[in-house]
Design a protein around this ligand. Structure first.
Ligand code: BES
Ligand code: ZN
Ligand code: ZN
Length: 492
């Protein structure tokens, strides 16, 4: 449901506050007397904040106002040097206590902020509210009676815009999370395609599906190796294209995503702990879709196409196996080492096909390697590119969006680890270590015509307790980052 945002330059009157049931109050550090005095109930709030013990309670307070309906206030003192990630993180904590009551309306009151910092804070509070109230899959047999947030009243700030990018990114993120959280029996490649068809219709996207039969004609052996154990021929590459209303001569941006709807590991079967959660191995494809949705909401003036590599990594008598040698669509022969390295296989052919169109830029998203998680944890995602000069902009897109990324090296000598005696290349090395780098080097071979390319290894796809503004374990990381990269960083 669309949430209405109303902006007011003025502070609320006591009467207005008395009418609200849930209020977020934010003040900048150091708080001046005048800031407290501007606020209705300022004295009460100040006194209660100072009564709190310890540092935590001196910068945050949850309390009920002494009025008839006991207006619930979540108050925060915001550090002046907080970066976007910290603002998002703080916003999640401020928003959380108010949502237990399932309010339909929430007020935000800012006192004492300059325009820039005030706007940044509101942006992150909005992001946190939208993230926390997103509709996500729930299969409990007892239906939930939750009401939905439908209105946010902002006091103390009025901007000339409606935070369109924040809303678009939140919608994209909600799509990523809701697809990723679907159990694997509820989101097979076939069901995924039918969901995407609905989205395509609603958003006037063109849709094209490269089925297994079509991929056979194209000799896409890398993709087909992964799906040969699937009992159903429902895998394929799904393309969805947004075209701007006004005719554009700009070449399209392609968003490629790994869409493994379940990763058992294949013949090299994953152990129980590592397998649990592998229905989220399609999060890269959902991120391509979520970013496409956000970009089309923002009506960018160039075409954007999502390429979703949809498949299951099954185990069975027909499954591909270590020591197989397969031929990819571009003719590269690949010596299979480990069937659990399936992501790079389906992406190899997808990247080859996508780059054959010579788009302006390809970004691929993939929950590709455990070693990226080992390297940087689940706080950041790893990024790679065949344009080394973009590394500062990639870091900045992460910093400025609050979805932080860190780049890794892409030097050619890493390829020694994936040399094969029998084929052109090995799928992965026998011993791990820097598999995230080797996987990126492997993928780069299939990006043709020197197409500008960014690869994101989604190590921050799932994190216990959430990350930044996101309160669920499934993070849906990447829409904010991608919007910043495409709209602010001037890489294209
Ligand atoms: N989907 C996994 C990687 C993954 C695991 C991403 C956990 C995020 C969280 C991928 O297909 C995989 O299994 N990779 C193997 C590669 C190895 C066999 C070379 C891995 O990382 O163990
Ligand atoms: Zn795998
Ligand atoms: Zn995988």
């Amino acid at each position: 449901m669309k949430i209405k945002l109303q902006q007011n330059v003025k502070f609320p009157t006591s009467a207005q506050l008395d009418k609200s049931t849930q209020v977020i109050v934010a003040l900048p550090e150091p708080v001046k007397d005048s800031h407290w005095r501007q606020l209705p109930y300022g004295d009460v709030l100040r006194q209660r904040l100072q009564q709190g013990k310890g540092k935590e309670t001196k910068t945050r307070l949850v309390t009920d106002l002494p009025n008839r309906q006991g207006t619930k206030v979540s108050l925060g003192i915001i550090k002046s040097d907080a970066d976007v990630f910290e603002l998002l993180d703080e916003s999640r904590k401020l928003v959380q206590p108010l949502l237990q009551a399932n309010p339909t309306e929430i007020s935000i009151v800012l006192a004492g902020f300059k325009e820039g910092p005030g706007e940044r804070l509101v942006e992150s509070l909005l992001a946190a509210l939208l993230a926390a109230t997103a509709e996500l899959p729930n299969y409990k047999s007892k239906p939930s009676t939750k009401t939905r947030l439908s209105r946010i009243n902002l006091f103390g700030l009025k901007t000339g815009h409606g935070f369109e990018r924040t809303f678009a990114a939140a919608e994209g993120n909600a799509l990523v999370r809701s697809l990723s959280m679907r159990p694997p029996n509820m989101l097979t490649p076939r069901k995924y395609v039918s969901e995407a068809r609905k989205l395509a219709k609603a958003n006037k996207w063109q849709l094209k599906f490269h089925s297994v039969a079509d991929l056979k004609k194209r000799k896409a052996g890398a993709f087909l190796a992964v799906v040969q154990a699937s009992p159903e021929d429902d895998a394929g590459i799904l393309r969805l294209r947004y075209t701007p209303a006004k005719k554009s001569s700009k070449r399209p941006v392609y968003l490629v995503g790994k869409g493994i709807c379940y990763d058992t590991g294949g013949v090299n079967l994953k152990p129980q702990r590592a397998m649990f959660g592998m229905h989220e191995d399609m999060q890269g494809s959902a991120l391509a879709l979520g970013t496409l949705l956000a970009l089309s909401r923002l009506k960018v003036d160039y075409p954007v196409e999502a390429w979703l590599a949809l498949a299951m990594n099954h185990i069975g008598p027909k499954a591909y196996k270590p020591n197989d040698v397969i031929t990819a669509a571009d003719g590269t022969t690949i010596e299979i080492v480990h069937t659990d390295a399936e992501g790079r296989m389906v992406l190899a052919d997808t990247l080859f096909m996508a780059s054959s169109d010579k788009p302006r830029l390809i970004i691929d998203y993939a929950t590709l390697t455990g070693s990226c998680v080992q390297a940087i944890g689940t706080n950041y995602c790893g990024v790679f590119s065949n344009r080394l000069a973009w590394y500062p902009q990639l870091i900045e897109a992460g910093r400025a969006s609050g979805e932080r990324v860190w780049p890794f090296p892409m030097d050619g000598d890493y390829d020694q680890a994936i040399e094969s005696k029998i084929a052109d290349v090995r799928q992965c090395a026998m011993e791990g270590g820097v598999d995230h780098i080797l996987a990126a080097r492997f993928l780069q071979r299939f990006v043709k015509h020197d197409t500008p390319w960014v690869h994101m290894d989604l190590s921050a796809m799932n994190r216990k307790g959430g990350l930044a503004h996101i309160p669920t374990d499934t993070i849906g990381f990447g829409v904010r980052f991608s919007l910043n990269l495409l709209l602010d960083q001037k890489v294209i």
